[in-house]
Ligand binder design. Structure first.
Ligand code: ADP
Ligand code: ASP
Ligand code: MG
Length: 411
């Protein structure tokens, strides 16, 4: 029997009515003879509300308690969906991430899946039931509950699809697919029929919230095509898959943005071997994800300024982590800016094709948008700019590069 793994995001299960709608969709699909595993996110803004509740109780919630708290959001929605299916006469059972065999490392708040033991899910399917799994969570070897980072339910779904050898993983959300940029910022954004794992991974890593980066990575590793489509309207979605020979190269495929960037500059770091290693070692030990790193010659002789970026939520932890080291290496001080964002153009060959960088910078300059930092990868150019100028930056870049995005030819 064909196995379908579906995932429904927070807005798709935001209230009882939407959960009933999802139950109707799942039961229709099952009636076509499919075995079904359905991963759900927490209802609506539940995760944000739980985070805010914790902050009302303490300024520094324990990572372990925070993860157990946040995991409850997805447990609520998966139990309700199982009940809604049973109400329709469809046998269904709900499972926490731990029950579904999602094993992770110990990094609370952004745990990585180490493996999936889907025996319990297989038994459920063998009994003819629909398996409903709470997304975004797993369990450590010590049986502590972890979460996979914001948006992590996508990753639960792709990991289960890989472990159960499903042909495809279907991600249902509140937009009709992957667009050339966030359709909420730019109404001219166009839906793509397909995109490669590589390009989607860059877009997701640079802030395109529609897919969790690790989900795309797992899709690529295990060769699971991922369909992103709307849970509300019947419309063709976007297929994330291996690159096709027919796809145009050297084109800007999409524009990503992220409004959650903070910059830290350690001033006048003595210019000697080991100083940067010490700083980044302390950040690594605090499990902080560092995005951009720039080291520039300072006006002061024999000293450099060391700049890096983190998410705004991680700024305080980053400052705590580097405080002892900056003292130790004898740096001149630390300055921060927590009101930044980043905007990226993504497309195979972008960096190797002359002209893209200058056109990007000119489009931003024409909009009076100042560039703070620039980073690149093989298939991406990213500019860090003021957070409040991000919507203007996205629209300016979309207008500049829009003409270059023909849909891939289909045979
Ligand atoms: P879900 O709760 O279903 O997981 P998310 O809010 O995590 O949904 O992701 C969907 C949102 O991603 C959309 O509402 C849209 O605003 C945003 N988004 C950002 N970039 C893109 C893009 N390139 N294409 C489609 N949606 C995007
Ligand atoms: N509920 C979690 C979040 O809001 C996970 C998810 O939605 O994928 O980030
Ligand atoms: Mg999401």
């Amino acid at each position: 029997m064909a196995l379908t793994v579906q995932k429904y995001g927070g807005s798709s299960v935001a209230n009882a009515g939407r959960i009933l709608h999802v139950a109707a969709r799942v039961s229709k699909r099952r009636a076509q003879g499919n075995g079904m595993v359905v991963v759900v996110s927490a209802m609506g803004d539940t995760t944000d509300e739980l985070i805010s509740l914790a902050r009302q109780v303490t300024g520094r919630p324990s990572d372990r308690e925070m993860d157990l708290l946040l995991s409850t959001g997805e447990i609520v929605s998966c139990t309700l969906l199982a009940m809604a299916l049973r109400e329709r006469g469809v046998p269904a059972s709900s499972f926490t991430g731990a029950q579904a065999g999602i094993r992770t490392d110990r990094v609370h708040g952004r745990a990585r899946i180490l493996g999936v033991d889907p025996d319990r899910i297989r038994r459920c399917l063998a009994e003819g039931e629909v398996a409903i799994v709470a997304g975004f969570q797993g369990i450590t070897p010590e049986t502590d509950i972890t979460t996979l980072g914001r948006g992590g339910s996508d990753t639960t779904a792709v990991a289960l699809a890989a472990a159960l050898q499903a042909d495809c993983c279907e991600i249902y959300t509140d937009v009709e697919g992957i667009y050339t940029c966030d359709p909420r910022l730019e109404p001219m954004a166009r839906k793509m029929s397909a995109i490669s794992y590589e390009e989607m991974l860059e877009m997701a890593s640079q802030g395109a919230r529609v897919m969790h980066p690790r989900a795309v990575e797992l899709g690529a590793i295990y060769g699971i095509p991922i369909l992103v489509a709307s849970s509300m309207v019947e419309a063709p979605g976007t297929l994330i898959q291996g690159a096709s020979e027919m796809e145009p190269t050297n084109k800007v495929r999409g524009i990503s943005h992220d409004t959650n960037i903070a910059k830290v500059t350690i001033l006048a770091v003595p210019d000697r071997p080991g100083a940067a290693a010490q700083v980044f070692d302390s950040l690594g030990r605090a499990n902080l994800v560092i995005d951009t790193i720039v080291q520039n010659a300072s006006a002061h002789h024999d000293h450099t300024d060391l700049t890096f970026t983190v998410s705004q939520d991680d700024l305080q932890r980053a400052l705590d982590a580097i405080a002892p080291v900056t003292k130790e290496v004898g740096a001149g001080g630390v300055v921060t800016d927590d009101s930044l964002g980043k905007v990226s153009i993504v497309g195979t060959g972008v960096l190797n094709t002359p002209g893209y960088a200058s056109r990007m910078f000119k489009a931003l300059a024409d909009g009076g948008i100042n560039i703070e930092l620039i980073t690149t990868s093989e298939i991406r150019i990213t500019c860090i700019v003021s957070q409040e100028r991000i919507p203007d930056a996205v629209r300016a870049l979309h207008a500049t590069f829009e003409m270059e995005q023909p849909e891939p030819e289909r045979i």
